[in-house]
Design a binder for this molecule. Structure first.
Ligand SMILES: O=P(O)(O)OP(=O)(O)OP(=O)(O)OC[C@H]1O[C@@H](n2cnc3c(O)ncnc32)[C@H](O)[C@@H]1O
Ligand SMILES: [Mg+2]
Length: 203
């Protein structure tokens, strides 16, 4: 079976990649399947820089082709915040609840029609020889005034998707994967999929 390593420790991301790739006959592994992989410091100032950093570091460490995902929420009324700092918006430690509260606080008094936002995902695919490519995907929506829904992860409960008339956290994994930034970026990667498997990734 073909397999692909996703260079992430985020369970929410892993579940989405699994749903998208398993149906294509590709087994998904992540850094949760390995012991002792250190966190790669995300020192970049763009999604692409961080995705490349994560993908190349892990590809080099594991001697395998890997995909890394750097993503985040861009809120127009906050001049693009939290952006690349989405995971640590309220401080180091990746507290989804605290991050959401910070967004709400900063958006206090901003009417719904001005609460436009988008999720952005950059995927970097890196080979052990140093080759690396990136693709992007975006999903447009609005920030709600309270969290709604239990599914997904991160900012999903506060992201209203007009197309579905529900928040991202009210969607099933399948529904999220029809419209998400991550699914769209992965679709772009799949165009070059055959090339990725020319050598080295069959198991
Ligand atoms: O770096 P890795 O190990 O992949 O995991 P991470 O959680 O740190 O991931 P990022 O550095 O890419 O930070 C992205 C943050 O943006 C948010 N985010 C990204 N995609 C999201 C999605 O589909 N739904 C909700 N929030 C999302 C979420 O808070 C993530 O922690
Ligand atoms: Mg991260």
């Amino acid at each position: 079976m073909k397999r692909m390593i996703i260079a992430t420790k985020n369970k929410g991301k892993v579940a989405e990649f699994q749903q998208l790739l398993t149906k294509k006959g590709i087994e998904v592994l992540s850094l949760l399947d390995y012991n002792d992989i250190p966190d790669v410091e995300e020192t970049g100032t763009t999604f692409a820089e961080n995705a490349i950093l994560k993908a190349t570091t892990i590809a080099n460490m594991l001697h395998e082709t890997v995909i890394a995902d750097d993503s985040g929420l861009i809120v127009d009324a906050l001049d693009g915040e939290p952006g690349v700092y989405s995971a640590r918006y309220a401080g180091e430690g990746k507290n989804d609840q605290a991050n959401i509260e910070k967004v709400f606080k900063k958006l206090q008094g901003v009417p719904f029609e001005q609460r436009t936002a988008r999720f952005h995902c950059t995927l970097a695919i890196a080979k052990p020889n140093g080759d690396v490519t990136t693709v992007d995907g975006v999903c447009e929506g609005y920030i709600t005034e309270k969290p709604i829904g239990e599914n997904g992860f991160g900012y999903d409960p506060i992201f209203f998707v007009p197309e579905k008339q529900r928040t991202m956290a009210q969607l099933t994994k399948e529904e999220k994967n029809e419209i998400s930034h991550r699914a769209k970026a992965l679709q772009h990667l799949l165009y070059t999929w055959d090339k990725l498997f020319e050598k080295g990734n069959e198991s």
